[in-house]
Structures are given as structure tokens and as C-alpha cells.
Design a protein around this ligand. Structure first.
Ligand code: NAD
Length: 441
């Protein structure tokens, strides 16, 4: 019996909890602590240590043996690995939390779910359209028994739900368009040249994992904890630049409001294409079909200095480093991660059409973001950034990079995952992997 059928059988969420091992008790009972593997134990992973105090860390995996040794001091009983494929074979695991480099995320998420493991995956969930689709499909097949969360922890801020409520309740009339933007600019020339041998404690070939071979250079590891991703995420084989980096966080402000599905088209412009480095400057525009509460809308992602047009000369959107904007028939909402501003526009924008919901109808807060996932692993709750929600969003964003590379508007069939008007674009939906690193285990 899985956790959801167990709960459906008459035990309400919160009163009893069940893990894969089948033990019962309160959520913090020792028998109901999750057995978690941490894959990638340094950098961003350090931000997860505190929220994992209530659980069992039974496995640690890192391609850097120095990082592994540091983590093992905190979790001395955990088994250690340098290869995540071996780590996932450990028998007593319930869940993994993964903070590795982007080009391994989809593989690790997909392999872990195939082994029946709950997954918390740092953003971005995928590095290609195909990866986003495969990971989401695996999750959808297992959603009744697996809890997943993408690490877009800003989502837990109340501003996200307040924006959703006010736009659904009509503060700007009928929604027509939405934008998200980010101004981070990291310029790279090309892959770093070969420089020395990898030190004995660093497994360069395992770091490359599924990606094509590139020579070692210590520059890929020269960043501080939690910021080292900026040393490699601009390169096509290791990341998707700001699309997957701050784009994962910032488009989430929009995605939480619009109930988006697959776009029917994507179009993008930016700086000249560099086959080694993802673009700094980019504007990607998507057409999303109508749904049951709004008409078809356009959604735009702007980065690296590209910006939406300001709705009023006295609003300087450039003052918001990472922000979002919604345009409706009666006005505009401008937001960042933690605040929002409504601008009624036009002589008839008297707000009489706006019916804010009463306090008791406000959406519940997700609470602590990592905790939301841990609770979902044990109970029947759904996480707010599960692989269905986040998978669709990153699929759209990555399709923007495909449109950028093609240089023309592409029409997209979201059911089949096919670009219908430019056949050669379909090759850009996927990455090729080195032997031994298939996306499907
Ligand atoms: N949610 C957030 O706010 C946030 C903030 C920073 C980073 N991140 C994300 O976290 C991830 C890691 O970023 P970072 O700056 O910590 O990077 P990093 O390069 O420092 O890597 C983190 C750790 O993972 C290890 N690692 C890398 N590849 C591995 C592999 N294949 N197997 C096992 N271990 C591996 C590294 O050795 C390191 O110890 C990135 O995907 C990044 O986008 C998220």
C-alpha cells in the first residue's frame, strides 16, 4: 500500500504517517524519519543542512572527496559515494536531495524516481526540453507515491499567493500578458582551456557525467559556496545560463499565477549565437493557450539588460533586478519576489470590478519550503513546486533557447513535444550524452 492509498483508506493526513518501510507513528517518530541521500554535499547543499536535522542522512555523494569528508564529519554514519549511480543503489533510501551541477539534474531526478525515491532537486530541473518532458512524465506516472520539489524556495514567500489571488480576483481585469526579467550578466568567452590535471580528490570525469568531454580547468571550481554554479552554468554543456538560473526563480512568480501549460509558439532574440556559451542578452516570447479562467496570453522572459517596456514613464522597471509584470484589460501589476504594486490604467479602471476574497478564502501558505517536501514525503500533501508544475515551466523556458538558436518563431505541439513548422529545430530539443549516462536508467 502506498502512502496515498494508505491515507485514502481512512487515516487522515497528519494523524499517522507512513514511509516506504511501512512503519507508523508521528511525523517525528524515529521510525518515520526519512532516510535521505544527499547528492552534492557542499555549496548550495549547505543551505539544506538545518532543515534536514529531523531526518536520517544515510548516504552522501560528491565528486569532490574533500567536500565529502567535510560532510561526513556532520553525518558520520552515512555511507559515502563519488558516483551518484552507485549511491542510488543503496537499499534503505527513501529520498534524495540533489545539489549537483545542472547538467546532471534530469538524470539524477529520473533515475531516483525510477527507484521509487522522493526527490528534492535544486533548480533548474532540466537542461533541455526533452529532459524536462522525461522527468515530468516519470513524475506524473508516480505522483501518487512520490513527493518532488524543485529548489525555488522563494516560492514560499506570501507574495506569490497574494499575486495569484489578486489577479484571479480581477484587480487588473482580464489577464492579457505577463513578463519576467532578470538583470544578472555573466560574460564568458568559451569553455575554459585545459589547465593541469584534476587533483586526486576531484573526479572530473564524474563531474562531466552525461555531458560531452571537456578538458579540466580549475576555474570551473573557483567560486564560493552556493555561488560556484556561476563558474559553469553559462556553458551549453553544463547549464542554460540565466534561463535556468534566475529564470527558474523569477518566472516562478508568473507561473504561480497563470496556470500555464505548453506554449503553442516560442520566439526569441538576443546577442549573436555562441556555440559554447549561452546568451547573456535574451528576450523569449511565448504564446500560451487560453484556459478556464483567462484568454490566451503572451508570456515573455527578458534577461541580461533586455527589459519589458515600462507601463508608465514614471515606473523604472530597471530598478527591479529580478521582477515580473502582469497586464490586464484594466491595469498592470508590477512585482518582485516579496512585494507588488497595482496600477489601474484607463478612465474606466475604477476597481469596482475587483472582488478581493475574504480573509478565510486566502490561499494557505506553503510554510517552510524544504519542510513542505519532507512532510509530503511522509504524508499526503502536494508540494508547491513539484515536477509537474516546475517541469512545464522549465520546458517553456528551455524552448525559448531553442527558438533563439533557430532564429525564427517556432510552433510547438506540447502534446507530442514536436516543433511543427521547422523540422530541424527538433534536434535542438535534446542533448546527446556520453556512453554510460542514459537519461532513462
Ligand atoms: N535555490 C537556490 O537559491 C540556489 C542557490 C545556489 C545554487 N543553486 C543550485 O544548486 C546547484 C549547485 O550549485 P552550487 O553553486 O552549489 O554548485 P557547486 O559547483 O559548488 O556544486 C555543489 C556540490 O555538488 C558537487 N557535485 C557537482 N557535480 C556532482 C555530481 N555529478 N555528483 C556529485 N556531486 C557533485 C560539487 O562537488 C559540490 O560539492 C546548481 O544547480 C544551482 O543552480 C540553487
Amino acid at each position: 500500500m502506498n502512502r496515498r492509498s494508505f491515507l485514502r483508506a481512512g487515516v487522515s493526513a497528519g494523524s499517522f504517517w507512513i514511509l516506504r518501510g511501512g512503519s507508523l507513528g508521528g511525523p517525528t517518530a524515529p521510525s518515520n524519519q526519512l532516510n535521505i541521500a544527499m547528492i552534492g554535499v557542499w555549496g548550495r547543499a549547505l543551505a539544506h543542512y538545518d532543515s534536514l536535522n529531523s531526518e536520517n542522512i544515510v548516504a552522501l555523494c560528491d565528486i569532490n572527496e574533500n567536500h565529502l569528508a567535510e560532510a561526513a564529519k556532520k553525518y558520520p554514519r552515512a555511507k559515502t559515494y563519488v558516483d551518484w549511480r552507485k549511491c542510488l543503489e543503496q537499499k534503505d533510501l527513501d529520498a534524495i536531495i540533489c545539489c549537483t551541477a545542472d547538467h546532471t539534474h534530469a538524470h539524477i531526478a529520473n533515475w531516483a524516481m525510477h527507484r521509487g525515491l522522493h526527490v528534492y532537486m535544486e533548480k533548474p530541473l532540466a537542461n533541455s526540453v526533452e529532459e524536462a518532458r522525461v522527468v515530468r512524465a516519470t513524475y506524473l506516472k508516480n505522483r501518487d507515491r512520490l513527493a518532488t520539489q524543485v529548489g525555488t524556495q522563494r516560492h514560499a514567500h506570501p507574495n506569490f499567493n497574494r499575486l495569484r489571488e489578486m489577479i484571479h480576483d480581477g484587480v487588473i481585469g482580464e489577464l492579457r500578458a505577463a513578463w519576467a526579467w532578470g538583470n544578472r550578466q555573466i560574460r564568458r568567452q568559451g569553455y575554459l582551456p585545459a589547465q593541469g590535471e584534476p587533483p586526486p580528490w576531484l573526479h572530473w570525469d564524474l563531474w562531466l557525467g552525461p555531458s560531452p568531454y571537456h578538458p579540466y580547468n580549475p576555474g570551473y571550481f573557483s567560486g564560493g559556496p552556493g555561488a560556484n554554479c556561476l563558474q559553469w552554468n553559462m556553458y551549453w554543456d553544463f547549464g542554460s545560463g540565466q534561463v535556468g538560473d534566475m529564470g527558474s526563480h523569477t518566472m516562478d512568480i508568473v507561473w504561480n499565477v497563470i496556470d500555464g501549460t505548453h506554449p503553442v509558439s516560442a520566439e526569441a532574440t538576443g546577442e549573436p549565437f555562441n556555440p559554447e556559451v549561452t546568451p547573456v542578452e535574451l528576450t523569449a516570447t511565448f504564446e500560451l493557450p487560453k484556459n478556464d479562467w483567462r484568454p490566451a496570453i503572451t508570456v515573455q522572459w527578458c534577461q541580461g539588460g533586455h527589459m519589458p517596456k515600462t507601463p508608465k514613464d514614471w515606473v523604472d522597471l530597471n530598478k527591479i533586478g529580478h521582477g515580473a509584470m502582469f497586464k490586464g484589460t484594466q491595469g498592470i501589476v508590477v512585482a518582485d519576489f516579496t512585494s507588488r504594486m497595482v496600477i489601474p490604467v484607463g478612465d474606466r479602471a475604477d476597481l469596482t470590478y475587483y472582488r478581493p476574497r475574504p480573509p478565510e478564502k486566502l490561499l494557505p501558505e506553503p510554510g517552510h519550503f524544504q519542510r513542505e517536501w519532507i512532510d509530503a514525503c511522509k504524508g499526503d500533501k502536494r508540494t508547491s513546486c513539484n515536477f509537474d508544475y516546475a517541469g512545464l515551466m522549465i520546458e517553456m523556458m528551455l524552448l525559448g533557447l531553442v527558438a533563439y538558436r533557430v532564429g525564427r518563431k517556432i510552433n510547438y505541439d506540447g502534446e507530442t513535444g514536436v516543433v511543427t513548422n521547422i523540422p530541424e529545430a527538433n534536434a535542438l530539443l535534446r542533448r546527446t550524452y556520453r556512453d554510460g549516462w542514459p537519461l532513462q536508467p
